[in-house]
Write a protein that binds this ligand. Sequence first.
Ligand SMILES: [Zn+2]
Ligand SMILES: [Zn+2]
Length: 520
Amino acid sequence: MQQMNFVELIVSLRAEFLHRSSSRSRDTHHDKTNRPSPRRKDMEQEEVISNPKASLRVAGITLLIFSIMLWLYRHNLNPVNYLFFAMLLLRFAGHGLSKTSLFLKEGLDTNRRIFARWGKIYSSIMALILVVLVLSATVYLQFSQQVGGNPGHYDSEHYHDGAFHNLEQPEDLEPSFFGTLIQYFIDDGSREPGSVLPTVAFSPLDLSEDEVGITWFGHSSLLIQTTNISLLFDPVFGDDNTDPLFVGPSPFAYKHTYELEDLPEIDVVLISHDHYDHLDMDAIKHLSDSLYLVPLGVEAHLVEWGIPSSQIQTFDWYQEAVITEDLNVVFTPSQHFSGRGLQQDNTLWGAWAVYLNEHALYFSGDGGYSEEFVNIGQQYGPFDIAFIEAGQYNEAWADVHMFPDETVQAAIDLNATTLLPIHNTKFVLALHGWDEPLEEVTLEGQRRNQSVTTPMIGESFVLGGFMPEEPWWRGVTVYEPPILKQNPFVGAAMYASMLLAIMMIRHRSPAVVIVMDSPK
Ligand SMILES: [Zn+2]
Ligand SMILES: [Zn+2]
């Protein structure tokens, strides 16, 4: 006699229950006629599945799932829903595969066979996803021009073991992985502005001699002009993503668009490091006639993109150069890292001290706070203005990006008359509110008596003249949650749906048991 396993037992018990309770009359008829019923078991199973009570239960589960998703959305946990969607897709893919004859195996008992088959189905899907990801990333890194050139080895005291190194190895922060993950999942929608950002149309300044004109285009892109020369720092324009893959964040919606064609002819382009949000291939290709001042190693990317070596000057830390009669520069260290492909730190990163006529300017690039700011301030300060990164910070990477209070401290260390916070208001690369850097740096500046200037994006102003201090972002910070999120009636309906769903599920109904494999 064939031994019955657990699944078969449940099927037969439930079928028996259903058969007795809901099909009594037909059973009686069958009994009376005493006819054998060869398809009886199949019919019973169909009956279980097509039972209206079972359908009610399925509808209840669906309603409960939607209500829970709405609850997560209303409680700023929408990223959990993305995870849920991913799991649902995986489940569908698994279900699709289970309909095929793949991974069927004989020789094991049914339970173990079912378990082993589902294990194989899911692990195969995961392996396939991984292979596709790794393959596409490899193909991309191998063939995409965006990745740039292949930097060589450098005769620099900061280059050893095949990579550049920070002046001091930042402390191992040991950030909590789960803490950061939880932060990621709690998203109240404030990481991006709720509406199109008010900006100013770019128009060139009418400068008099010795005046320095400044225009900030969001993130770290900055135009500096005098009557004789124009400089562009870390130009990233257009709708490019911050990384080459389609998953990279898109820039915020600005009221005005800024194109390189609209800018005056650029004489000198200064690059802080080769991360995608600072070194943009399309911008470099567009600015093919400019002179480039770049950290060691970055020239490999530029050459790959068609800039002749004769137009590129490379810099190690604390290397100084006279570029023109009006322009002297020093490349100073920052505490950061670099890399566009698989290999990290194969090009140098840093900041620029720039002397234009009688004016001293400092451009930080990216970097965490370090004591080196004091040295730079003493050696190369005071500065009339310091453009310092304020944005994309997080406890988990606090060694390579500064918090707002550190940005202000850096400006004080550098001996900067005024501070213009950059590296914000364009991309979401961290988990803070989009306007938090501007707000916090402004408040900290007031507390520490450090002048902070906050021009609107695209607004041009003259250094030392009227310095824009309007907190323009406050007018747009009010985040208005959509009706689904804030409306109390939607909330009440959501809880009512949950109750209704639970009642539908708990309604006495036969369990739906689906036999995945018929025993052989
Ligand atoms: Zn960077
Ligand atoms: Zn950056």
